[in-house]
Write a protein that binds this ligand. Structure first.
Ligand code: GRF
Length: 196
């Protein structure tokens, strides 16, 4: 089995990244992490990745002002140089332009903390609570030019409990995300290999 070279893009804590790195320690896991890249040089996840022996890159989007594509051209260059074959967005807080998304179409996945198609964008848990939903969850999906809009790969849900707040829900959902993401990423790799 050939393992696909994986880049994980983060902006902060990187706990989903960590879950993927752990899963990928198994030589039978279908993706091999070759790069962790952050748009924020101070992202805590960069330290975690370095400690795990993974190459890291920090490309500060602020350097490029409003020119999103200029930032993305540098990201794209780094990914290409590292021989990346699949990208996992894991708490990466930059909206990507159609230019970048089209370059990686069918090779980039994201985790979103809602049961898509519900609650695209931010404040997903508060919106689920405000709507009186009885369950919340997370979704791993292919990235398409629309925000949180691509084809769903896999979802996991959990019940909303009386007294839940956006914070308590986010905290209970996090371990569910950590279980889901490596599994769904593995499916995505299988899909790419089938297409090849
Ligand atoms: C997760 O809740 C993820 O669903 C969302 O951002 C958060 C990232 O957390 N997209 P972490 O950086 O993986 O710890």
């Amino acid at each position: 089995m050939t393992r696909l070279n994986l880049a994980i893009l983060i902006s902060g804590r990187g706990s989903n990244m960590e879950a993927i790195l752990e899963a990928a320690q198994d030589p039978a896991y279908p993706a091999k992490p070759v790069l962790v890249l952050s748009n924020r040089p101070d992202a805590k996840g960069l330290e975690t990745a370095r400690a795990a022996g993974i190459a890291t890159a920090a490309i500060d989007h602020k350097t490029y002002g409003k020119d999103r594509e200029a930032f993305e051209r540098v990201v794209h260059e780094q990914l290409t140089e590292a021989g990346v074959e699949i990208i996992a967005l894991a708490g990466f807080m930059r909206v990507l332009t159609p230019w970048f998304v089209n370059k990686w179409q069918g090779r980039m996945v994201n985790i979103h903390p809602s049961l898509l198609p519900k609650y695209k964008g931010l404040d997903t848990h508060q919106r689920a609570l405000d709507a009186g939903d009885t369950e919340a969850g997370c979704t791993v999906h292919w990235v398409s030019p629309g925000v949180d809009d691509g084809e769903i790969i896999q979802q996991a849900s959990l019940p909303i409990l009386p007294g839940d707040t956006a914070d308590s829900l986010a905290a209970r959902l996090l371990p569910v995300e950590h279980q889901l993401y490596p599994e769904a990423l593995s499916k995505a790799c299988a899909d790419i290999q089938t297409r090849a």
